[in-house]
Design a protein around this ligand. Structure first.
Ligand code: FAD
Ligand code: NAP
Ligand code: SF4
Length: 686
């Protein structure tokens, strides 16, 4: 085959992902490939030097090969805010920092600013079409009168104009998620009787008018992406016919690209969590694509180039948006282009450092990549004084330390007593719905090869052997040991450790008590109540479990569809001593999915439990003041963990230069986010 443009066609990855790397050229817009970095709130705008940090963050993604970037939402005025606004000429300069940095990184990359008016979800002074409070908002929004609606429309047009002045290539208008535009669309939040409410023509008038005014303000050449609520997951939400009507109307008003959004924030169907199958919603995008002529973007759980290629090559979309995957790996697209897919640090859809942070008011980052949104603060510079370093333990902490230290030029030897790397992630990946966790292990396994780390598996490191090898530094990342609670009868044969249950080493009976309802207690409850294929791997199971009808698309995709949950034939009690609500320690944006699932499977959640003893009759406990005997076959202990640090103490006694990291450093409130973050920061300095 003749190579016409070596810069593009010679890269081996292009033959693997030909559609992903086909430029998009519609006459109105040219993109160098089909990969879009989707909009994501970072919280950086409110940090010191926030726009400088944003500029570097986006520029890094532009250099990483993406075709187009859509920024996090920027409000068109004060009433729309959840972050920053662009409403006055003096706001332009700081946005120019971003556009200049991105265009300097790669002049071919387009950057569009998302205009987000949060409406009833705005902080401070929320407004909406009608005074109806969202389930997740604190305040009832104030109803906009007709003149205020006109002012809002002017503000959208002004915001787009200023975005153009700031050097953006376009804007995205978000008309979904429960933000202002979408609340005009559905009867649930729009009870108006004037021309902005009532029939669907009237309800869609405001979003369509926003599109029209923006196009008028910015002229024909500016990209305007319109994000439609392709499936809003609301009982009584938009019908399919209404979704199509809206999309055609904004197409007629001059939109350049259609983007699809799924769900409102208040809806109780997961759309991006790790138990959602990859590319779960692309059948909806495909249907909408057939109704219009504009290019359409697919989104949600597209986290690897092969998923993107499949969506594109099957004609389900013209472009794919990857938002969180660009946090996890800024180089994702380049790695795909260069045939280095196995070096991609995959987004595992845990939400722990991105959305959970956003919803807690903390700056965004990424569990698998602590540099995300911290590009100016955390860098892995080459070392000027290479050392020989032993890292003991190849769990998330040890892996992060070893790879960062080796990347910087240190000579690293990595020990693990087990036959495989991954530590507790080897347990996590076996929980139905957490299959993505194996991607992190695959990534680290490849980086160990790429970086030439001396990996020694099946090797229990001791102070004596380590001392003999004379390493300059030893890093103890030996993790944790499960806590054995002091309960009479804890050594009874019906008591088993969670590790033995998850690995299948010990059988589990029909009636089960789980001691401890932290993250692991919930995961174990999922494990023992699960039946059939994992929803994360099977779209039909996922649709059934969450009550979604992808084919008939009733209003919102969910109206009148009852979730059908198949559970293992077991009676399960999940217990904690605290009197507080169960599952408080779970992720802010995902905990509810676990609580709902276990409830639907009939798991008995018991709090305020005082354990007394375990014997042949079962588990004796006082539960909310009442003495009970739970006649269970199996008691699974998930009572937290304790640091495993004997090796550290031994090495210190031997006078070896030794440090602790991860669970070995501190088991309380340990999770992989903290383990990887701490290890990466330590290794950045060694
Ligand atoms: P570990 O992962 O425990 O790794 C320690 C390693 O050290 C092990 O591989 C062990 O074999 C090795 N080792 C110990 N002693 C020696 C020795 N002397 N010589 C050589 N090797 C040794 N966290 C999250 O953030 N999100 C989740 O969703 C999540 N889900 C989980 C689900 C389950 C079922 C489990 C069990 C854990 C989950 N976690 C989750 C917790 C997360 O896995 C841990 O916080 C993380 O693994 C801690 O990392 P670590 O490297 O400190 O320790
Ligand atoms: P954990 O979250 O600390 O929970 C421990 C549980 O055991 C609690 O329910 C605690 O509740 C109970 N407990 C503590 N001491 C006890 C004792 N002496 N006797 C009886 N019960 C006791 O720890 P974990 O569940 O082992 O999880 C470990 C880490 O992995 C956590 O930090 C967690 O964040 C992380 N993880 C995260 C996820 C996730 O989805 N994000 C999933 C799995 C694991 P009471 O004290 O009220 O009884
Ligand atoms: Fe993905 Fe988790 Fe990182 Fe968020 S924190 S980007 S969900 S891996």
């Amino acid at each position: 085959m003749a190579i016409t443009n070596p810069a593009i066609t010679e890269k081996p990855g292009h033959t693997k992902y030909p559609t992903l790397f086909t430029p998009l050229d519609t006459g109105r817009v040219h993109l160098k490939n089909r990969a879009v970095m989707g909009s994501m709130h970072t919280g950086l705008e409110s940090e010191e030097n926030g726009f400088e940090r944003l500029a570097i963050y986006y520029a890094e993604r532009a250099r990483g090969g993406v075709g187009m970037i859509i920024t996090g939402g920027i409000a068109p005025n004060r009433s729309g805010g959840i972050g920053s606004k662009l409403s006055e000429p003096e706001d332009v300069a700081r946005h120019r920092l971003i556009t200049e940095a991105v265009h300097a990184a790669d002049p071919l990359v387009k950057i569009c600013m998302q205009i987000l008016h949060a409406g009833p979800l705005a902080r401070g002074n929320p407004v909406g079409p009608s005074p109806i409070k969202s389930r997740i908002a604190k305040e009832v929004p104030r109803e906009l009168d007709e003149s205020e609606i006109e002012e809002q429309l002017d503000d959208f047009a002004q915001c787009a104009n200023l975005a153009k002045e700031a050097g953006y290539d376009g804007v995205e208008i978000i008309s979904s998620a429960g933000y202002l535009l979408s609340t005009f669309l559905v009867e649930k939040t729009n009870r108006r009787t004037d021309k902005w409410g009532g029939s669907f023509e009237n309800r869609m008038r405001f979003p369509v008018e926003v599109m029209r005014r923006i196009r008028k303000a910015v002229g024909d050449d500016f990209i305007v992406i319109f994000r439609v609520p392709a499936m809003d997951m609301l009982q009584g939400g938009l019908s399919w016919e209404e979704v199509v009507m809206l999309t055609k109307a904004v197409e007629a008003e001059g939109a350049t690209i259609i983007n699809c959004h799924f769900t409102w924030h208040e809806s109780q169907v997961p759309t991006i969590a790790t138990m959602v199958p990859r590319a779960a919603f692309t059948s909806v995008t495909e249907r909408l694509r057939k109704e219009i002529t504009l290019p359409i973007i697919a989104s949600n759980r597209i986290n690897m180039p092969e998923v993107a290629e499949e969506v594109l090559s099957q004609g389900k979309a013209d472009l794919v948006a990857m938002a969180r995957p660009m946090l996890a790996d800024a180089e994702l697209v380049n790695k795909a282009a260069e045939g280095r897919t196995d070096e991609i640090n995959t987004c595992i859809a845990c939400n722990q450092a991105c959305l959970d942070h956003t919803f807690s008011g903390k700056p965004t980052s990424c569990l698998v990549n602590p540099r995300a949104c911290h590009e100016t603060l955390l860098n892995y510079e080459p070392t000027r004084a290479p050392k020989s370093i032993a890292v003991v333990g190849a769990g998330p902490a040890g892996l992060a330390y070893a790879t960062v230290a080796a990347e910087r030029g240190h000579d690293v030897t990595l020990f693990d007593a087990a036959s495989e790397i991954g530590g507790q992630f080897n347990l996590a990946k076996r929980i139905p719905g957490k299959e993505e966790f194996s991607e992190t292990i695959r990534y680290f396994a490849r980086m160990i090869e790429v970086l030439g780390i001396d990996l020694r598996l099946n090797t229990k490191a001791t102070a004596a052997t380590l001392k003999d090898e004379n390493f300059d530094e030893v890093i103890v990342a030996t993790g944790i040991a499960p806590r054995i609670p002091d309960i009479e009868g804890i050594d009874h044969p019906k008591v088993v450790a969670y590790i033995d249950v998850i690995t299948g080493r010990k059988p589990v009976g029909k009636t089960v008590a789980i001691i401890g309802a932290g993250g692991i207690g919930f995961d174990v409850a999922e494990f023992v109540t699960h039946s059939g294929p994992s929803a994360a791997l099977n779209i039909d199971v996922f649709a059934k479990e969450w009550g979604i009808d992808f084919e008939n698309h009733p209003r919102g995709g969910v109206t009148g569809v009852e979730p059908v949950v198949e559970a293992a034939d077991r009676t399960v009690y999940l217990m904690q001593r605290k009197p507080t609500a169960m599952g408080r320690s779970l992720g802010r944006t995902t905990g509810w999915t676990h609580r709902i699932t276990l409830k639907r499977r009939g798991v008995h959640m018991l709090r305020g439990v005082e354990y007394q003893k375990i014997d042949d009759d079962g588990l004796h406990a006082i539960i909310e003041g009442e003495a009970r005997v739970l006649d269970v076959d199996t008691v699974i202990v998930c009572a937290g963990q304790e640091s495993l640090r004997t090796l550290y103490d031994d090495l210190e006694n031997e006078g070896v230069n030794v440090s602790l990291v991860g669970g070995a450093y501190e088991a309380v409130e340990l999770d992989a986010k903290r383990a990887i973050d701490q290890a990466s920061r330590m290794a950045a300095k060694v």
